[in-house]
Design a protein around this ligand. Sequence first.
Ligand code: NAI
Length: 703
Amino acid sequence: MALNMDAIGKKIGPIEKDYTWKDVVLYALGVGAGFDELDYVYEKDLKVIPSFSIAAVFEFLSHIGANSNVNLAGLLHGEQDLIFHRPIPTSGKLVSEGAVTKYYDLAAAGKKGAIIVGESVSRDAKGKKLFTAKTTLFGRLDGGFGGEAPPKEVVEYPDRDPDFVVEEHPSKDAPLLYRMSGDVFVLHIDPEFAKMSGFEMPIMHGLCTHGYACRALINSLCPGEPEKVRRLKCRFSKTLYPGIPIAIKIWKTGEGTAVWRVINQENGDVVIDQGVFEYGDVVEEQIRYDGRVAVITGAGAGLGKAYALELAKRGAKVVINDLGGSRDGTGASSSAADAVVDEIKAAGGEAVANYDNVATPEGGANVIKTAVDAFGKVDIVINNAGILRDKSFVKMEPENWNAVLNVHLNGAYNVTKAAFPIMKQNGFGRIVMTTSAAGLYGNFGQTNYSAAKMALVGFMNTLKIEGNKYDIKVNTVAPLAASRLTEDIMPEEIFNKAKPEYVVPMTLYLCTDECDVTGRIYNVGMGFFNRAAVVTGPGAVLGQGDDIPTCDDVKASMANIGSLKDGKEYFELNAQVGDVMMAFQAPPSGGAAAAAGPATPADAFAMLESTFQPDAADGVDVVFQYSISGATGGEWNAVIKDKTCKVSEGKHDKPTTVIIMEDKDFMAMTAGTLNPMQAYTSGKLKIEGDVMKSQLLEKLFKA
Ligand code: NAI
């Protein structure tokens, strides 16, 4: 059996592991902690030995072995590298995800075997990154597959006596206790199995000795502060029998760095080699915007100013646009934008001012021109400028209606219009719209403002699709913050608590390179965050599409029509229209195949051409790609052009519509036992690309 090349990069996990303080203590006891290190074994003021991490994600290690298909008879733990991002909590949940990342072929270095490298990241239940584990397995029986040789990384040991030597004497029963922390491989307990594998008796777990070493390193270099361990790396070089005394030799190599190895005291063997240890305070990962150019409209005050200060602090070059008018949009002054630019510069950041009115096309174009002239490009646009002209609807005159729409909606259009081509060309863009709860939910006296704010959501909905291919992400925030716009609207109690700074983290996250969402709306304020979305109910078919339903039919079905139970969110119009069409349609798979009773998808596709209806294909130019998973699955495509149909196995490079199903569901649908609508709404049938074109299937292929 060869190594599974397809495993490389294939996601493993998330694997979840719940643990309590007892697991932490059990591990500590298994690696030799006792009364001398009460912090590791007593639930009062308990601390976690960082090497507990790898025992806790042992299941992940097994997945690396299983996914890679390594020959288990020759499997050994090669190297372990642990990088700690935060202290490990004394109880909770670990969520680990990763993959097999690389194979090396020792044959390329004139040796035998293969090296399998896997990497995982473990987080707590809230998603905070705790540690990264890079695991290397040595497959003694798996080399010679033509892969590259592993890189030579050699730890240099100083040419002097070690700075610390810690002697330990693991008991001859040590593996019995250690295995309770997860690694129950019989080699460490079963004398018969150990003999069969060529050992005199069960051997120590390499990771148990590793735990002894971790304790020794902490006691020598950062006593009492296991939370300071940043990295623990080593190679398992020789087996060790239980009950043999060991010495952990440690050399300090610099501030917060050391190298180490573990020696078998009886025969002098190096049982763990190439040890690296790093320690010190946690350097919090910080989101940065170095090299990014951000334009913030209305950045002379309130929320825009807070965004600008933080973006600049984190390395972005910023354009501070502000007209400097009053709350209702009248008047103008350069002082608001200038003051923010001065503040950024005084703090060592980079910023330029722009005083244009975003409500005009020239103003919008000039805001972006300022960015390009000063910094060469634009990466981030936060459409934030805003005014208020509240009036009850009866008193809402065109002037106030238009003024508000002009600043909020047309302002966002004018600025984004100038920025979008640049972002498209650069293959990167982050655009944030600013909506409001008044638009999302309604507020007395704000018809103009609500209309403008909700229009921005529609603007986002389509722009996100147009930007998708170019890594341009478009999202929307609905802030709740104290500013001159809200001072007479918000109750005093809320106003005092709602600093604009509370809104900054979400808006700025949506501007990061890492941001992986687009088309989303988030309510943000005072430390509360949630998502708002347009959700569509499953609906009802009245009249089966043949009879026009009557008002009475609608009245009778209002409960069904109005139900949002099992409602869903659509990324685009096609998906929603697809659902509507699906409510009426028959199988997309061509029914003649069903009539003849094909046994597998391959049979069904072999018969598909014979069921083709050329007369129904006048003017049709379409490629259907069928992506069928499962044991009898595969890829097939049907190219329909000039009233002909050609079905081939394999992937077409430009399919119009992709139909994705599992083989069993596909066969059930072909046989008519699975209704396509049900399949679609339950997620068993997925359609990508031009969903509407899937509706042609029924007429193109004879039932
Ligand atoms: P703010 O009044 O403190 O800031 C808005 C800034 O936009 C002002 O500095 C103003 O001079 C500038 N501006 C207005 N018209 C402009 C134009 N035509 N061209 C360039 N700049 C212009 O108000 P705040 O609260 O910071 O509002 C920021 C955004 O957040 C607005 O779009 C507002 O509608 C929205 N919003 C705010 C909420 C809140 O609770 N503060 C609630 C919901 C939405």
